[in-house]
Write a protein that binds this ligand. Sequence first.
Ligand code: NAG
Ligand code: NAG
Ligand code: NAG
Ligand code: NAG
Ligand code: NAG
Ligand code: NAG
Ligand code: NAG
Ligand code: NAG
Length: 793
Amino acid sequence: MYLEFSLALFLFLLSVKVRTEEMAKGVIELDCRERYLAVQVHLNNGSEPHFKAIDTIGVHPITKEYGPGCGYTYELFCEIGIAELKASYFSCHTGNQGDVEFTFNFSVIMTDQHGEEATYAVSKACTLPLPWSPREVICEMDYMEVHVDGAVPHVSTGGTVMHQQWDDGISSAYTLASSGWQLIFLKEGQTSADLSLDEAREQGYRLHFTPGRVLLRMPYGKPLSHDSLVNGVPVEVVHAVLFSRQRWTVVIFDLVAACSKDVGFFDGTSLHWQVPIVMFPLSSHTDFETKNISIGVHGTLLDPQVTADRGYSLSTGKGMVDIGIPYGAEGGHRQSFVLNNTYWEFYLIYLYYEGVFMDSFHTENRHRHTKVLMTQSLPHVPITINQTVIEERAFTLYMGNFPSDVVLMTVTLNGHEFNLVEATQHGYTIVKAPHANGTHAYIIKVPFEDPMVLKSYFTEGVLQYLLSVNFTFNIMLQENYFFHLTSLKARIHDVYPPSFSGLCQEHGIVFKLAHEEFHHMWDITIGNNLLTEQYAVRQGYLMANDSQGILLDVPLFTPGYLYEDINLNQFFGTFEILSRDAKTLEIQQHSVKRCPFPTTELIECSTGGVMTVVASVVKSIPKADPQRTTLLDTTCKPKETDETRVLFEFDLTTCGTRMKVKNDLMIFENTIMFEQEPFPSHRPVITRDTTFRLAVQCSYPVEAVNMDVAFASSVPGRGSVGEARPYETALAKPIMLPAPEAVTTASVPITPRIKTPPTQRPAKFMRVHSHHSAKSQSSEPDYRRYKWRMIHS
Ligand SMILES: *[C@@H]1O[C@H](CO)[C@@H](O)[C@H](O)[C@H]1NC(C)=O
Ligand SMILES: *[C@@H]1O[C@H](CO)[C@@H](O)[C@H](O)[C@H]1NC(C)=O
Ligand SMILES: *[C@@H]1O[C@H](CO)[C@@H](O)[C@H](O)[C@H]1NC(C)=O
Ligand SMILES: *[C@@H]1O[C@H](CO)[C@@H](O)[C@H](O)[C@H]1NC(C)=O
Ligand SMILES: *[C@@H]1O[C@H](CO)[C@@H](O)[C@H](O)[C@H]1NC(C)=O
Ligand SMILES: *[C@@H]1O[C@H](CO)[C@@H](O)[C@H](O)[C@H]1NC(C)=O
Ligand SMILES: *[C@@H]1O[C@H](CO)[C@@H](O)[C@H](O)[C@H]1NC(C)=O
Ligand SMILES: *[C@@H]1O[C@H](CO)[C@@H](O)[C@H](O)[C@H]1NC(C)=O
């Protein structure tokens, strides 16, 4: 039975995890301060701790209601992750030996981040670090405390007391005094009824007699206290007179305390807080002597040199002390957070104040004050400065000024997000510019020609670059993001598409272009074909492209010409070079040159089905008389003639033109002929061999031709001129243009040469004009879009 009980006790002891002081090390720190013990608990993500005070009588949970009246103050310093219990040396459950040695015993109950509860037993013995002054007033966060030396009570001799209220108090005390201790409260000229200590306690006023001192403690705002204005500063005052008749004398303690109720203010640069120098309404200015005024933080006073170094200011005047703490000064805490995509910050400081002075009774008074001062939350809206210099051909943007805890995370350029490493890899410069005052800015540079920059030909001659940027920032050590949007624009004037100047030459047209900075934005094309070195060679053009510019020599009869206004003397050749937007493919510049050339021989087959042919009729045997030549339909006569040549222009559906289809080609053929006048008497037989015949033909791709109403082809036909032979032979051996490779000289061959057709189609066809917006980059001719000309010389 006994064993069983012991085991149960043992198990019980095991289950109650009371941590030793050893285990509490690093988590809980106890520190003997001048007027209290500080129990600091490092929260480490756990919840707020609970405290219990332990004394010989029992365990006393320190609650919000119970603590202030007993001299315990609890504060949470979120900024530094610490919860602190301040226990006054005269707190209720503290062991006291001679007002000099104090022993504290607490249980600290903590819940860690996993919800596990742990109890730590801590104790501490303190020796008073600073001797007590005859009178001490402590204004804590949630209570006021005044204590006086019990060995030197005010023994009234009816002497030099000055204040009428004090006189009234004393006379009441004399009248009322019995052998027990009693209290009366003086409030705005009124004297309360006398109260026993228990009655006072019910009203929130706790009286303690320590070995050498008499102490009164009460939470703020109790009914027997009152608010007053001292030298313009609001204060809460409590004035109690404690008295007792002891034999033939009445012992009186004057317990008066006042605490500044100034809430403080922020003037934009510093936090200010005011305390009256003359704390006690009963002291007069004249017999009041300030000994020392000092300030500190977190319940510890600081050396005046330290406070000066930190920029704290202390000024006295007009009966009050004004304390100034510059925003962000050491000792306080700057807190930042993000709300509604805006960075906000505020600053707070746990201020400690002490005024030491001699009062009208020539006794030393020590007055201490704890005060939390805080600015309102201040938003930080980033400023952006456009530092772009157009000549640098890059956007430069200044973004600032950020508090030190702000870091740039990502940059999104026109919708493409980059972290800082990626941004650097892409060639953007992002520089962090620190300022002397601790803030910093970012300077970002993005070249205009970067692929992320939107480039457009804004209006004629104006090139526009657009960049919209989304910066994402984070507050260091917090997952608190915010972003800032801005957009940049830059315009460069006098930017025009490449425009060639053309020069008519005997052999063709020569085009010239001087290179300019922005020409790369445009593609140079002939029709739908990009002008490249290879393309130029294939087409028989001569191109020179150096650092200065481009020279393009386009010999007559190479592909790309359009011929018009043909007569026996001359015709016009037109050649066009296009500049089209490399991105949209929109044609933005036509460089057109139209030149007259002397006519030798040529054939043209129009889309409307009209054949125009200029041919010499005297080079072959038999010679023909140009004026008397006809087509197969002998009523069709030349439009124009000279001594050697004829110009026929006729519709393909007339003049006896024959049509046949071969190899997907629709071939129209007619013959220029000249028959000798028959001389019936002398030469009755005319052989056909002596008759002049010249075959002329136009061929069109079958699918291009529509003959429903009248002849219409979507592309021009290809013409050829040949000696008239039996029909098939003529077709088999048409007279062709020399291959383009051969057309390198200025002169165009005049004598028709019989050649086998070159295999390269571009040699026979020339695309000369297009009115369509050409989107295809294919170098294959597109019959639906282009007209073709075949030229014979
Ligand atoms: C607090 O929690 C965070 C994440 O929840 C963790 O990174 C950090 O280490 C914790 N701090 C401590 C002191 O346990
Ligand atoms: C308080 O702690 C001290 C050690 O600092 C110890 O000697 C004393 O017995 C404790 N008192 C109580 C009531 O636990
Ligand atoms: C005033 O008090 C502060 C803080 O205790 C101390 O550092 C300073 O030396 C004192 N000045 C004088 C003149 O006593
Ligand atoms: C959030 O910010 C926007 C723009 O700055 C403002 O118009 C809006 O009122 C803000 N909303 C709140 C709840 O503060
Ligand atoms: C910090 O310095 C920068 C650069 O000199 C200035 O632009 C900014 O206004 C300063 N910020 C503060 C809060 O003084
Ligand atoms: C800017 O970036 C932030 C974070 O990536 C995003 O939440 C926000 O929607 C972006 N804003 C715009 C306008 O793209
Ligand atoms: C930025 O600076 C450039 C160069 O000075 C200027 O052309 C442009 O208009 C400015 N403004 C914006 C919004 O980009
Ligand atoms: C001319 O030379 C420049 C530089 O080599 C090149 O960028 C450009 O494409 C060339 N132009 C043509 C039409 O070939």
